[in-house]
Design a protein around this ligand. Structure first.
Ligand code: HEM
Length: 437
C-alpha cells in the first residue's frame, strides 16, 4: 500500500470504509477523496477497481461486462458453495447478462413492459398513496419508511406483476432478502440459509403463478412475459421466473429509498422544501435532483472484458470493477457545485438509473411513483418536520436507504401545542430523558 493512499489518520483509501456507520451516513467525503486522489483505484480489500469519476463510470457502464455471477467452482473457492442455487437464478436475470442473451431477454421484456402499462398504473399509484396517507393523517406523525415508502412500491409491484395485492408483504420480505445479495460486498454466512430459503420460496411462488396464469391470465407483467414473442422466440419458464424476481426486487428497495432519502434531504433543507411546496410544477425536476443528490443505488459491478486502460491504470481481463454512481453524481467536472441541492438543476443527466444497455428497466415507473409520493405528501401534510435528528441507515452498502424516517406534520398550532405538552411533561417530571447506564 502506498503512503499516498493513506489519510492523516493512517487509514488506507478503500470503499470498505462504508462498513463504518459514520461513513455510511455520509459517504461523500470518502467519494471525494477517491475521485480527487485516485479516481481509478485498486482496492486491495475488495480486490476490485473502484471508479468514481463521471466520465470513467460512463465508460465502465458502456463497455465492461455485466456477466459477473460466480460459477459454482468460484463459489466453492470462496467457501460459498451453498449459494449456488441463488447463482443459478441470477445467471438468467437480465442484470447479469451480456449480449446477445441480454439483448434477447431485454427485448422480450420491453415488449411486456410498455409505456401504456406504466400509464395504467399512474391512477392506481395515486389511489394507493392516498389510502396509505389516510391511515396516518389523523395522527399528525408517521414513519415515512414503514407507512409509505416501503408499502407503496410493494403494493404497486404486486399490481404491476399481476399477483394478489394481499401478497405484497411477502414480496417485500423476499425483495429485502435478495437485495442483501445485490448491495453488499460480503455476505454474512449466518444469513445464507435464510436467503436460500427465501429464493427457493419465491421461485416456487412465481413458477406457480406462471402455470396458473397460462390457464387463467391476469393483467400484469407475468402474463405479458408469458405472451411476449419476437419472431417466434419466447421466454422459458425459468427465464420468466428469474426476470420477474429481478423486476420485483429492482422495483422495491430502490423506490423506497428514493422516497425516504429524498424526503430526508428536503427536511434537512427546509428552504428547498418550501420552494417545492410553493411551486409543485418543480416536482419532476426535483425528483431528478434528489436521485442525483442521494442516489438509491450507489454502485454496481462489472468485469473487464479484455486488458484495458482506464484513467491511466491498466485493468486486466476479468478483474472486477465497481462503478460508484453515487460518486459520479457528485463529480464537479460534470455537475457544477455538485454538493448543492438545486431542484431546478438543468442538464441533470445523473447516473442514478445507470446508463447504456442496462439502464434501469423500471425508470419510468420509479419516476411516477416518486413524483406522486412527493406531490401527495406536500399537498396533504402541512408543516412537515423531522421528529428525530438521529437517523439510522440500513447496513446495505449499495442500496442506500434509511431504516426509519419519523416525521411530524399538521396545522402549525397543533405542532406547537404538542411541543408545549412535551415541555410540560418534562418540567412536571412526568417525562424524564433516558439516562445512559
Ligand atoms: C428509484 C428507483 C430505482 C432506481 C434508483 C433504480 C436503479 C437501477 C440501476 C442503477 C440499474 C442498473 C444497474 C446496472 O447497470 O448494474 C437498474 C437496472 C434495473 N432496474 Fe432499476 N431502479 C429503480 C426502480 C426500478 C423499478 C421500479 C423497476 C421495476 C419495474 C426496476 C427494475 C430494474 C431492472 C429489471 C433492471 C435491470 C435492467 C437490465 O439489466 O437490463 N428498477 N435500476
Amino acid at each position: 500500500m502506498t503512503v499516498e493512499n493513506r489519510n492523516s489518520t493512517g487509514r488506507p483509501l478503500s470503499l470498505y470504509h462504508l462498513l463504518d456507520p459514520q461513513v455510511l451516513a455520509d459517504p461523500y467525503p470518502l467519494y471525494r477523496r477517491l475521485r480527487d486522489e485516485d479516481p481509478v483505484h485498486w482496492d486491495p480489500y475488495l480486490h476490485a477497481w473502484i471508479v468514481t469519476r463521471y466520465r470513467d463510470v460512463l465508460t465502465v457502464l458502456q463497455r465492461f461486462s455485466a456477466d459477473r455471477t460466480p460459477t459454482p467452482e468460484q463459489l466453492s473457492t470462496m467457501g460459498l458453495a451453498r449459494m449456488a442455487p441463488i447463482a443459478q437464478v441470477m445467471v438468467k436475470q437480465m442484470l447479469f447478462l451480456d449480449p446477445p442473451t441480454h439483448t434477447r431477454i431485454r427485448g422480450l421484456a420491453a415488449k411486456a413492459f410498455t409505456p401504456q402499462r406504466v400509464e395504467i398504473l399512474r391512477g392506481r399509484i395515486r389511489e394507493i398513496t392516498g389510502r396509505l396517507l389516510d391511515m396516518v393523517e389523523p395522527d399528525g406523525r408517521m414513519d415515512v419508511i414503514a407507512d409509505l415508502a416501503a408499502p407503496l412500491p410493494s403494493i404497486v409491484t404486486a399490481e404491476m406483476l399481476g399477483v394478489p395485492e394481499r401478497d405484497h408483504e411477502q414480496l417485500k420480505g423476499w425483495s429485502q432478502d435478495f437485495a442483501e445479495m445485490l448491495g453488499n460486498f460480503q455476505h454474512n454466512p449466518d444469513r445464507i440459509p435464510h436467503v436460500l430459503k427465501s429464493v427457493q420460496d419465491m421461485t416456487s411462488y412465481f413458477s406457480e403463478q406462471v402455470r396458473a396464469q397460462e390457464r387463467h391470465p391476469r393483467d400484469g407483467l407475468i402474463n405479458a412475459f408469458i405472451r411476449a414473442e419476437i419472431d417466434g422466440d419466447r421466454l422459458s419458464e425459468e427465464e420468466i421466473v428469474a426476470n420477474t424476481i429481478i423486476t420485483m426486487v429492482g422495483g422495491q428497495e430502490t423506490t423506497t429509498n428514493l422516497i425516504g432519502n429524498g424526503l430526508m434531504t428536503l427536511l434537512r433543507q427546509p428552504e428547498q422544501l418550501r420552494k417545492l411546496r410553493d411551486d409543485p410544477g418543480l416536482i419532476p425536476s426535483a425528483v431528478e435532483e434528489l436521485l442525483r443528490y442521494e442516489s438509491p443505488s450507489q454502485h454496481t459491478a462489472r468485469l473487464a472484458r479484455d486488458d484495458v486502460e482506464l484513467g491511466g491504470k491498466s485493468i486486466r481481463r476479468r478483474q472486477a470493477v465497481i462503478a460508484v454512481m453515487g460518486a459520479a453524481n457528485r463529480d464537479p467536472e460534470r455537475f457544477p457545485d455538485p454538493d448543492r441541492l438545486d431542484l431546478e438543476r438543468k442538464d441533470n443527466r445523473h447516473l442514478a438509473f445507470g446508463w447504456a444497455s442496462h439502464f434501469c428497466f423500471g425508470a419510468p415507473l420509479a419516476r411516477i411513483e416518486g413524483q406522486i409520493a412527493f406531490e401527495t405528501m406536500l399537498d396533504r401534510l402541512p408543516n412537515l418536520t423531522l421528529a428525530s435528528e438521529t437517523l439510522a441507515w440500513r447496513e446495505n452498502l449499495g442500496l442506500r436507504g434509511l431504516k426509519a424516517l419519523p416525521v411530524r406534520f399538521g396545522p402549525g398550532d397543533a405542532i406547537k401545542a404538542e411541543a408545549v405538552t412535551m415541555e410540560n411533561a418534562r418540567t412536571s417530571g412526568w417525562y424524564q430523558e433516558p439516562v445512559e447506564p
